[in-house]
Design a protein. Sequence first.
Length: 65
Amino acid sequence: MEINANHVRPGLPGILHGEARPVNLGRTTQIWDIRITNEAGKLVCVSRCTMAVLDMPTQYRGTAG
């Protein structure tokens, strides 16, 4: 439904680490905060993602995993 990202500094070169934490896990929508840091632990990007929760089609139920 929506994604917002604020880039604080360049992320390259090196390995980036991302961590997502739920803000709200509702029945029909979810909101997540995401922080991406570099190898030194410095913030590279902060983001918020809002998404719709949809039912899985019946032909795929029980097949995940």
